[in-house]
Design a protein around this ligand. Structure first.
Ligand SMILES: [Zn+2]
Length: 230
């Protein structure tokens, strides 16, 4: 299959920009979060550990193979501690060209509570994001965490990590970032709905029609969000 990967330069530029936006929006505090981009079937660029994602420079980014072996870059810094999580997601789908992990505060509160973001509350979120479930608890940086999260790819667009944060993936860096933003937006709306005492999903018939829109909107995957029967 003919597949177009970004150049090294484009992948690095997009990772730096996505890092600035993650940090500026408060989706990754301190040194938290990590972003990667695939530049061939077996090679990715990823962010370093121990660096704020809002203040990275191109020389800090690290190119690795699909087994996590560093090839170049980094200026002496090590790849993200969650590199394995990214690699496991890439192995699940050749269509995934970017992975983004962050700790968005509202979505992380749902992750801490073990509550999925699976209710169809808003139309565009239902079409574009779909359902976001919670991967079982596992320690950070572990194979169990990586495999548990990757199991939701490619059927879904992302997943919450229990007591940890969120992961999003997509066809390019901005796509993965936008999914992360949508996860936090959906979590915020779900939180307000619950505070109002009225989390009111759409009807099954309404959701049927929205799922039919996916093809026209060029959306594949996301799973079906939860509706109500009435
Ligand atoms: Zn994390």
């Amino acid at each position: 299959m003919d597949r177009r990967y970004p150049s090294d330069a484009d992948a690095k530029r997009d990772i730096l920009e996505a890092g600035r936006r993650l940090y500026a929006r408060g989706l990754a505090a301190a040194n938290d979060g990590n972003i990667s981009a695939r530049v061939s079937h077996g090679h990715i660029w990823t962010t370093p550990s121990g660096v704020s994602k809002g203040f990275m420079t191109g020389d800090m980014l690290i190119k690795t193979d699909i087994d996590g072996n560093a090839i170049c870059g980094g200026s002496g810094k090590r790849p993200s501690s969650e590199l394995l999580l990214h690699l496991c997601v890439y192995r699940r789908s050749a269509d995934v060209l970017s992975v983004c992990h962050a700790h968005p505060p509202v979505a992380s509160a749902f992750a801490a509570a073990g509550i999925p973001l699976d209710a169809a509350l808003l139309q565009e979120a239902a079409v574009l994001l779909g359902a976001i479930h919670v991967a079982d608890y596992a320690e950070p940086g572990s194979l169990a965490l990586a495999e548990g999260a990757a199991a939701f790819c490619p059927e879904y667009n992302g997943v919450l990590l229990e007591h940890h944060g969120a992961v999003a993936w997509g066809g390019d860096v901005m796509g993965a970032l936008y999914t992360m933003e949508r996860i936090e937006f959906s979590a915020t709306v779900a939180m307000y709905s619950r505070l109002m005492g009225m989390e009111r999903p759409m009807t099954q018939r309404q959701i049927d029609a929205l799922m039919d829109l996916r093809a026209a909107w060029g959306v594949s995957g996301g799973g079906r969000p939860r509706g109500r029967d009435a």
